[in-house]
Design a protein around this ligand. Structure first.
Ligand SMILES: [Zn+2]
Length: 525
């Protein structure tokens, strides 16, 4: 049928031109819905999936034999932080080689504010992947209030709403918060609701890095859901986890609460990265009041304040169930790269300090006085990770960024998130079926963020596709040696163009900024 139509419309060209631009033959198609794989060919024309099925002897400018391999929708990573890094490395190699064709960025409250300008700039550079963005609470609050440790005035709320409204008009897919970070942590729920409403008015999603991901997680989930309820918008809980040894196992209660809300009719889902370490800044280990207005150095220079900060840090460790800072490893420290890859106790020893807690806290103060550091923190238990992953409404996300190959000591999740789920949690442990894992990487995030023509292998959808060997796909990046690409993603197609060909990156740049509800009209054949 499809071929007959193609012949009808293109009869004049049939003698010279191929029927399609690209043909993937003999694939096990996993369509992103969660349904079992089926054998079919996929034909692509003008950047769209034009035909699926037993395609017979149609011709294409390029044919890929996908025998023994899976063809799936390109993965949509719903939680990334690519601002700045995507401009420097626009092909986004680490994402493409992990099967990712679209990222949602602007998470955890931190985003570009002038999206029209940013998207125009990205279009001009030429991207390897598609990118959609949220508008972030911390970014709008910094713009209007700096790092002030107080509630917003009505006038400031109005200004912040204006920035959010503009970003939504320029194509943002929703509003994100990072309530553990400066300055979002200084806000109350009423402020977040008022701002979320400005995004809800345009059909946006609310995503939240919650105020707490450990002992007070239940209260934090209640807050996230109440924002969605009061503002009238769906909620995605970012990187759901239990990050406190003292309450490992509590994911059972968190998931039960999320299910209770769903039963009441609240659209709430979650995303997760498949690793036992978090990655963030060093400042998060200090009480948030100590960081207000960017005056950490002044406060550390004042002996009684310094002692007060140290005392709160000790209390916080106790609450966490951690005896010391052995769980904290420096990923990037511009003032002295020799500390990268080392734990806080190791650095304390290098600095000739007593390795006990007092010496470790002094080391943290020293690093904070020299610009702070990017860190990884070993905080999660595999049982919680698996339980959260089994929850049907958890999408797979990296929480990563575009990485300059070889630079610093980043969290391996930027390189290996999807491969790790497929190799470790599907193939080795059987936590998920292959089809269900793919669903959480494709149609689930596409639905959440309103990417209506992506995330499924269906005729008419954008031709974002990944072809991989389910027996061979594997993550290679580790905490000790993170700069290693995943293996097994042999072909990655973005908007109909082959970006990864036989496991090698090409020079194509077919990614594009994705604006909310500005989907291109489908060409008909
Ligand atoms: Zn976050």
């Amino acid at each position: 049928m499809i071929r007959a139509l193609a012949l009808l419309c293109c009869g004049a060209l049939a003698a010279t031109a191929a029927d399609y631009d690209l043909l993937i033959r003999n694939a096990r198609v996993i369509d992103g819905s969660g349904n079992p794989w089926y054998q079919a060919g996929i034909a692509v024309k003008d950047g769209r999936i034009a035909a699926i099925g037993r395609l017979g002897d149609v011709t294409a400018a390029r044919t890929i034999d996908a025998r023994e391999r899976v063809a799936a929708p390109g993965f949509i990573d719903p939680h990334t932080h690519v601002e700045g890094n995507l401009e420097r490395n626009p092909r986004a190699d680490n994402f493409l080689l992990d099967g990712v064709t679209t990222v949602i960025t602007g998470n955890c409250g931190s985003s570009e504010l002038n999206l029209a300008e940013w998207f125009a700039k990205l279009s001009k550079i030429g991207l390897g992947i598609n990118v959609a963005s949220l508008v972030g609470h911390n970014s709008v609050r910094s713009e209007v209030m700096g790092a002030a440790n107080r509630l917003a005035t009505p006038e400031e709320i109005r200004k912040m709403q204006g920035l959010i409204d503009r970003a939504m008009r320029e194509g943002a897919v929703g509003f994100s918060t990072g309530l553990e970070y400066i300055p979002g942590t200084y806000s109350n729920t009423a402020e977040v609701v008022a701002l979320a409403k400005a995004a809800a008015a345009h059909g946006g999603v609310y995503t939240s890095h919650m105020r707490n991901e450990g002992i007070h997680e239940i209260a934090a989930i209640n807050e996230a859901v109440s924002v969605g309820r009061e503002a009238g918008m769906p909620v995605e809980i970012s990187h759901l986890k239990i990050d406190r040894r003292s309450v490992w196992g509590a994911s059972e209660k968190s998931l039960a609460l999320i299910e209770k809300f769903r039963a009441e009719g609240v659209d709430v889902v979650a995303d997760q990265y498949p690793y036992d370490r978090a990655a963030t800044n060093l400042g998060i280990r200090l009480p948030s009041w100590a960081l207000a207005d960017g005056k950490i150095k002044e406060r550390l220079a004042e002996p009684t304040t310094r002692a007060k900060i140290a005392a709160e840090m000790r209390r916080n460790l106790e609450e966490m169930g951690e005896p010391d800072y052995n769980f904290a490893t420096v990923a990037r420290y511009d003032a002295n790269a020799a500390y990268e890859g080392k734990s806080i106790p190791e650095i304390a020893a290098l600095q000739g300090r007593a390795t006990g807690l007092a010496g470790q806290i002094e080391t943290i103060f020293d690093l904070m006085n020299h610009g702070g550091a990017s860190m990884t923190y070993r905080l999660m238990d595999e049982k919680d990770i698996e339980r959260i992953m089994r929850y049907p409404n958890t999408a797979i996300a990296s929480d990563g960024s575009v990485i300059a190959f070889g630079a610093g000591n980043p969290h391996p999740r930027s390189y290996g998130t999807n491969a790790r789920v497929l190799a470790e949690y599907v193939r080795a442990r059987g936590v998920l079926t292959l089809e269900d894992a793919v669903r959480r990487m494709t149609s689930l995030p596409a639905r959440t963020f309103g990417l209506k023509d992506r995330g499924m292998v269906r005729e008419g959808m954008a031709a974002d596709l990944v072809v991989f060997d389910p027996a061979r796909v594997a993550d290679k990046a580790t905490y000790a040696r993170p700069h290693q690409y995943s293996q097994g993603f042999d072909f990655v197609v973005v908007n109909g163009k082959v970006m990864v060909d036989g496991g090698k990156l090409t020079e194509a740049r077919s990614g594009q900024p994705l604006r909310r509800q500005s989907l291109p009209v489908l060409p008909l054949h």
